[in-house]
Design a protein around this ligand. Sequence first.
Ligand code: PEP
Length: 249
Amino acid sequence: MKQSVKLIVGNWKMHGVAADLVEARALIESVHDVRADCRIALCPPATLTDRMRQVLAGGRIELGGQDCHQAPSGACTGSVSAEMLVDAGATLVILGHSERRGAFGETNEEVSAKVEAAIAVGLEPIVCVGETLEQREAGQAAAIVSAQVEGSLADGLSERPFAVAYEPVWAIGTGLTPSLEQIAEVHAAVRSAMIRRLGQAARRAPILYGGSVKPDNAAEILGVSEVGGALVGGASLKAEDFLKIIRAA
Ligand code: PEP
């Protein structure tokens, strides 16, 4: 299914101090000519969320978090709850990014619990899945990603807005991307897994592609059937690059 409204999300990861808000300001000043049915979001580090809210106020760029804890509050030093993100101005949240699954050992069950926590406070989750290079070379990409989708989504999503982001681990930050055929194949598998997990309601949720999306490959990737948007890391840090990707949507 070809999605019409694309969702383009910038993930700043652990980059950005207050001085870098100049990039968010530059972006907001330049998005006026971008088609109205394209959604744009920025996910800064948690420390910048509230200040970025002030920069984006009244504009069309949405604000997201990069993760949240599954508990509403408690003895979880260093963590940020879903409610705290909402309090700081976020309306979306990235969950289950491969950097968290890899470095912090996040399981599908934990991601699913975070999804529940996010939707309980009205956040729109962007649930990330993706195979490692080893898994792709073993011919397991679609199966691994399908299992992640089925394990990471939560029942409540059938009633709520959400997105899934297909991000091959080997494509993140490497400059490598799958072929357009490989992207189409995995996106179709993701859609099937979403429908198996949540029923027909899952047809309306966009499936984003993420992994080395750049100004020069964005148009062809965003043109693939079932690619409903992009999750962009490195190329979202500079407004000029991110804008080129947004304009390709
Ligand atoms: C990401 O962090 O989700 C990502 C896709 O990074 P990059 O665009 O830098 O590969």
